[in-house]
Design a binder for this molecule. Structure first.
Ligand code: MLT
Length: 392
C-alpha cells in the first residue's frame, strides 16, 4: 500500500488548529484569564431574524409528510441559485443559475475545485494568503510559485514574467485586508486570457466593500467569465460560520482544452457531493431577500466599527497597519523586531489577547500579525485598552 507522500510536506497541523490548541492550553493553565479572541475570523453576531424564520419554516416543512423533501439537487435548489443570480444582478453581473453551485462554504470548494486540474499545472499563490490554497496544492503535489505581497506593492501582487496555469486571488484579502482596484483586476484577467490560465477568485469578504468603484466580483471585469471561477461564502456576510453555506460560480464561457469546466464541476459535484441541507438553503435564500439584506447590514456595521476602533487605536500608538476598511482584518507590523509567533505569545501572555501570526499565512507574513473585527464592540474596546497598555 502507498500513502499520498505529499502529505509529508505539510506543516504538522492547520494554522487555526495550532492556534486553537495553544489558546486552550493557556486557558487551562490560567483559568481566571479573560481571553479576548481576535484570531480566527469567526463571527459573533447571531443569524438575522429573516434567516431564523426561514430556517424554522423549513424545519416545519421537513417534519410534515406533505412537504417533506429527501435528496435535493447536488448543485443546490433552484430557489437559492436564482436568489444568488439576483444578488449578482445587483452588481451588474448577469449569471445563469446553472453557473452557480451551492456549497457548504468557500473553504471546501477552494480545495475541491483542484479535482478538475492536472497535477502538472503550475499554481501561483499570493504570499501571505489564506493557508487553504497552499495546503491543498501541497496535498496534490503541484508546483507552486509565490506572488510576493509586501509593503512596496501594498500587499497586492501583480502578474510578472511568470508562467502560471492556476492563479489564486483573494480580494478583499485575507489576511492583509488589501483590495484590488478595477484596473489591477483587469491586468490579472488580461494575463489569464493571454496565458490560458484559470483564476480562482476568493470573494468571501466581498460584502465588506463599501466603495462602489472597487470590484466585489471578478465578473465585473470584462473577459473574466472566460478565465475565472469565483468562490463566495455566507460565513462572514451573514453569520453562517456554524450554519455552513457558500457558493461557487463556474461560468459557461470557461472552456479549457475544449472542455466546459462548468460541466466537469457538475460531474464532480454530482459524484462526490450530495448538496447542502434543504433547511440551510432556505436560510441562505432569506439572506438575499430585501429584509435579509437590510438585516445583515446591521451586523456588518458592527464589524466595520470594530475594524475602525482597532485601526484607530493602532495608528494612535504609531503601529504600521493596513486593511480594516473594506475588510474585517487589520494587518499590522510586529513591534521591536519581534517575529510573528513572539508577538502572538506576548499578546496572549501579557494581554490575554489572541490574534493570528502573519507567518502562518506564508513566509512574507513573518514579522506581521492579523487582528479580526469579528467580536463584540465591548470586547473590541477592551482589547484596545489592553493593546494601549502593551504599547505604553
Ligand atoms: C480566517 O480566520 O482566516 C478564516 O476565518 C478562516 C476560514 O474562513 O476558514
Amino acid at each position: 500500500m502507498q500513502l499520498n507522500e505529499h502529505y509529508r510536506n505539510l506543516e504538522e497541523s492547520y494554522l487555526f488548529t495550532r492556534i486553537g490548541r495553544l489558546v486552550a492550553a493557556y486557558g487551562q493553565e490560567h483559568p481566571e484569564a479573560e481571553i479576548i479572541r481576535l484570531g480566527i475570523g469567526d463571527v459573533t453576531r447571531p443569524l438575522v431574524p429573516a434567516v431564523v424564520e426561514a430556517l424554522h419554516r423549513a424545519v416545519a416543512e421537513m417534519g410534515d409528510a406533505a412537504t417533506f423533501r429527501g435528496y435535493g439537487d447536488e448543485q443546490g435548489y433552484g430557489f437559492l441559485r436564482e436568489a444568488i443570480a439576483g444578488y449578482y444582478q445587483g452588481k451588474g453581473v448577469s449569471l445563469d443559475p446553472d453557473e452557480i453551485f451551492v456549497s457548504d462554504g468557500a473553504k471546501s470548494d477552494l480545495g475541491n475545485i483542484l479535482d478538475l486540474f492536472g497535477t502538472d499545472n503550475v499554481v501561483a499563490i499570493p504570499n501571505p494568503v489564506y493557508p487553504v490554497y497552499l495546503d491543498t496544492n501541497i496535498m496534490a503535489g503541484r508546483k507552486v510559485v509565490f506572488l510576493e505581497a509586501n509593503e512596496e506593492n501594498d500587499f497586492l501582487p501583480m502578474p510578472g514574467k511568470m508562467q502560471a496555469d492556476i492563479i489564486y486571488l483573494c480580494s478583499p484579502n485575507n489576511p492583509t485586508g488589501a483590495v484590488y482596484t478595477r484596473s489591477q483586476l483587469e491586468q490579472w484577467v488580461a494575463y489569464a486570457l493571454d496565458h490560458g490560465s484559470v483564476i480562482l477568485f476568493d470573494a468571501a469578504y466581498e460584502a465588506f466593500i463599501t466603495d462602489p468603484d472597487l470590484p466585489s466580483s471578478i465578473y465585473q471585469i470584462p473577459g473574466a467569465k472566460s478565465c475565472a471561477i469565483e468562490f463566495c461564502s455566507l460565513s462572514k456576510t451573514a453569520g453562517f460560520t456554524g450554519t455552513r453555506c457558500g457558493y461557487t460560480v463556474v461560468p459557461a464561457e470557461l472552456i479549457r482544452e475544449g472542455v466546459s469546466l462548468r460541466k466537469w464541476w457538475l460531474r464532480r459535484q454530482t459524484t462526490k457531493f450530495n448538496g447542502v441541507s434543504y433547511i440551510v438553503q432556505r436560510g441562505a435564500e432569506a439572506v438575499f431577500s430585501p429584509t435579509g439584506q437590510e438585516q445583515i447590514q446591521e451586523s456588518l456595521k458592527v464589524y466595520r466599527e470594530n475594524a475602525r476602533i482597532l485601526r484607530t487605536a493602532l495608528e494612535k500608538q504609531g503601529v504600521a497597519c493596513w486593511g480594516g476598511i473594506h475588510s474585517p482584518y487589520i494587518w499590522l507590523k510586529c513591534p521591536d523586531g519581534m517575529d510573528s509567533w513572539q508577538y502572538f505569545d506576548a499578546l496572549l501572555h501579557r494581554c490575554q489577547l489572541v490574534g493570528t501570526p502573519g507567518c502562518g499565512f506564508g513566509s512574507c507574513g513573518e514579522g506581521y500579525f492579523r487582528l479580526t473585527a469579528f467580536n463584540t464592540i465591548e470586547n473590541t474596546r477592551r482589547a484596545v485598552e489592553r493593546l494601549e497598555n502593551f504599547y505604553k
